[in-house]
Design a binder for this molecule. Structure first.
Ligand code: GLU
Length: 423
């Protein structure tokens, strides 16, 4: 049997419909959430270092603004495409609603493999992309942030380009900036930290001691790498990690600081890591390895109907956006594996983005303790709201999270007398 090609946007709509149905909403009440409010596709001409001209394709999609300005990252990836960005933008609306921060959702992307570009080419690409989406963004309109393959440095270039056009410095136009130019302390680690907060709480609720468990993490980039480092510091066993080149495993726990140090040289990748006792395994073996907590922290479409039946973890904590397909979700539910959905588990990043934006508006800089305490408070509140909803409606945590999100967004829409209230 041939499996249907994965489309993240269709996946998003399928889950949205299931949740709206469970909430007993009429179609008119949630129909608008299927579509982005605004989409922009841009061409980005870049003069390459060898003098040739290349034209890249970029996107910015604004999904929903009922609860506040649009918010969401920008990714640089060779597979970025309109349907992926549309799904990611919707997930941002849902994530901000679950975390109960006053934002809507958006996402941007450029179809490019950034590893193939020099730093100068990346700067030119980023600046031109920023001018193309400039009419759409702004601290009260739409606030970009880092996502896959972008970081604080890229945010600095975006902020500078935007500020040049405005004629004055506008730090609040992006979040995830370097601290020296208005970024928040704790932002770079926030998504990974949030994932560990949620994993710990969830294990406790399931009656499992977080210290006794084993963790496997797919992807050791900003999110997976930070989560691995925090778990290691807390004395927990991270038994498997991966990057694009392969995965390594050690049953009594990997030396995470050593791996991170090795990978900090960007020429290195995991397939060449030869730490003591580390065994090389495939990405597929990592996903199906014997562990208590599986943390997919890479891309969409990783846990599918092909491998969901082989997952051995008791709990899946989605650090990536959209790692599990609808079909896989069903299999995991039937097998009694608890899935903590992306729009809850990885909300830590955008939560501290919100703190950064608030600090920019107030021209203030908070201390790390304040940021981390507030992050924990917001994450645990969101977790409790989701758990309560899933218990009330006797459904999965994914359904619970979507129901919380849909309730909040449609209520905001109704109170504004907007199109969502047309039912
Ligand atoms: N890209 C991150 C996400 O998917 C963070 C977005 C933000 O901080 O605006 O949640």
């Amino acid at each position: 049997m041939e499996t249907k090609a994965y489309n993240p946007y269709e996946n998003m709509i399928a889950v949205l419909e299931q949740a709206a149905d469970k909430l007993g909403l009429k179609q008119d009440e949630y129909e608008t959430l299927k579509y982005p409010e605004r989409e922009l596709t841009v061409s980005i001409p870049v003069r390459m270092d060898d003098g040739t001209l290349k034209v890249f394709e970029g996107y910015r999609v604004q999904h929903n603004s009922a609860r506040g300005p649009y918010k969401g990252g920008i990714r640089y990836h060779q597979n970025a495409n309109p349907d992926e960005v549309k799904a990611l933008a919707a997930w941002m609306s849902f994530k901000c609603a679950v975390a109960n921060i006053p934002y809507g959702g958006a996402k941007g992307g450029i179809k490019v493999d950034p590893r193939k570009l020099s730093k100068d080419e990346l700067i030119r690409l980023t600046r031109r992309y920023t001018t193309r989406i400039l009419p759409l963004i702004g601290p009260d309109q739409d606030i970009p942030a880092p996502d896959v393959n972008t970081n604080g440095e890229v945010m600095g270039w975006i902020m500078d380009t935007y500020s040049m056009f405005k004629g004055h410095s506008v730090p609040g136009v992006v979040t995830g900036k370097p601290i020296e130019i208005g970024g928040s302390i704790g932002r770079a680690e926030a998504t990974g930290r949030g994932v560990t907060i949620i994993a710990e709480k969830c294990l406790e609720d399931e009656g499992l001691d977080p210290k006794e468990q084993t963790y496997a993490i797919q992807g050791i980039g900003n999110v997976g790498g930070t989560a691995a480092a925090i778990l290691y510091e807390e004395g927990k066993k991270v038994i498997a990690v991966s990057d694009w080149s392969g995965a390594v495993m050690k049953k009594d726990g990997l030396n995470i600081p050593e791996i991170r140090e090795f990978l900090s040289d960007r020429k290195n990748c995991l397939k060449d890591y030869n730490g003591e006792g580390a065994e090389h395994i495939t990405n597929e073996e990592l996903l199906t390895c014997d562990c208590t907590v599986l943390i997919p922290a890479a891309l969409e479409n990783q846990i599918t109907e092909e491998n969901a039946g082989d997952i051995k973890a008791k709990i899946v904590v989605e650090a990536a956006n959209g790692p599990t397909t609808v079909e896989a979700d069903k299999i995991l539910e039937e097998r009694g594996i608890l899935v903590v959905p992306d729009i809850l588990a990885n909300a830590g990043g955008v939560v501290v983005s919100y703190f950064e934006w608030v600090q920019n508006i107030q021209s203030m800089a908070w201390e790390l303790d304040e940021v981390n305490q507030m992050l924990k408070k917001v994450m645990l509140k969101a977790y409790n709201d989701v758990r309560t909803m899933s218990k009330e409606k006797d459904s999965t945590m994914r359904m619970g999270a979507y129901m919380v999100a849909i309730n909040r967004i449609t209520t905001a829409g109704k109170l504004r007398g907007g199109p969502i209230s047309m039912a």
